[in-house]
Design a protein around this ligand. Structure first.
Ligand code: FE2
Length: 303
């Protein structure tokens, strides 16, 4: 009958995976056990703390629904999402930087004509977004689908609202780049927002005296054949949470200066009704392959 001490136990558990046919799974399980056991030894974890951890993870799972992903939120606030992103994008020379997908991506949309107002008449300061997709040498990439999503000026995504199932998407869209790699649309200026704090992740944030805020941003997913899918945000310069994003997602290169304009017409020649903001940002794609992420939440009926 084997009897294990603190150290031998770890080796025995790792050995128990010896017959795993998938070598990657075998490696991941071995390293996971090694790290978990190290954590227990280093912290002298008490029974009470172990129970609390089990309870926390149980409640995190129970908080997940078809329109909410509490585990991604947990991964985000612990910096795991950004770390996975970092180890998978070590070489970005000349390419636009990546950041977290976040929990509010619902998948592809029907392409919209350039210039469309995606705000669905939601109140807010008007913004015109003009952008271009190129390769690393600056050559325009035509016919590239670009998915966009962002929060409203109160900090909520459409999928967080009770009306989502019936009203359909807002502040989400897909545009296809033109022959010059360009696309443009109208929307409202997003604002900084708190991650949902009415669940176990919120408890963790409050208990540890962290703030729950993300600086204002627009999500972009650019997916061109022959290039690595680009998952990123463009952040709004001047936001007071840029230095303390609760999910650690900010990179300097992704911060955009938003110009305030009073011109009577917007860049596509259409009239403006009062002052508006202009966001200009170019995306440079790195050759390669990969598949765009699957949505974590279902699209609304109308998507
Ligand atoms: Fe976001």
């Amino acid at each position: 009958m084997p009897q294990f001490d603190e150290t031998e136990l770890t080796a025995a558990v790792i050995k128990s995976f010896e017959e795993t046919p998938n070598p990657r799974l075998k490696f991941l399980m071995s390293e996971l056990v090694r790290s978990l056991h190290d954590f227990v030894r280093r912290t002298d974890l008490t029974f009470g703390e172990w129970e609390q951890g089990i309870d926390f993870l149980t409640r995190t799972g129970q908080k997940c629904t078809s329109s909410r992903q509490e585990f991604i939120l947990l991964s985000d606030v612990l910096g795991v999402s950004m770390l996975v992103d970092a180890v998978n994008h070590r070489e970005r020379e000349g390419a636009t930087q990546t950041t977290v997908l976040g929990p509010f991506y619902v998948g592809e949309h029907k392409p919209m004509p350039h210039g469309t107002d995606i705000s669905a008449n939601i109140e807010g300061e008007r913004m015109f977004v003009q952008s271009r997709v190129t390769d690393l040498a600056g050559k325009p990439l035509a016919g590239v689908p670009v998915d966009i999503w962002h929060a409203d000026d109160e900090g909520f995504y459409d999928s967080q609202k009770p009306s989502y199932e019936t009203a359909g998407p807002s502040l989400r869209a897909r545009f296809i780049t033109d022959a010059d790699g360009r696309f443009f649309f109208r929307t409202i200026l997003p604002c900084s927002y708190p991650i949902p704090i009415d669940g176990p992740v919120g408890e963790l944030i409050l208990e540890t005296r962290r703030h729950p805020m993300r600086p204002a941003h627009v999500h972009f997913l650019v997916n061109a054949p022959g290039y690595e899918p680009l998952i990123t945000h463009v952040f709004i310069e001047g936001d007071k949470y840029l230095d303390s994003d609760v999910v650690f997602g900010v990179k300097d290169e992704l911060i955009s200066k938003i110009e305030v304009r009073n011109d009577a017409t917007m860049p596509d020649g259409q009239p403006a009704s009062g002052p508006w903001h202009l966001m200009t940002y170019e995306f440079r794609l790195k050759p390669g392959k990969g598949t765009a992420p699957k949505p974590m939440l279902p699209a609304a009926e109308h998507a």
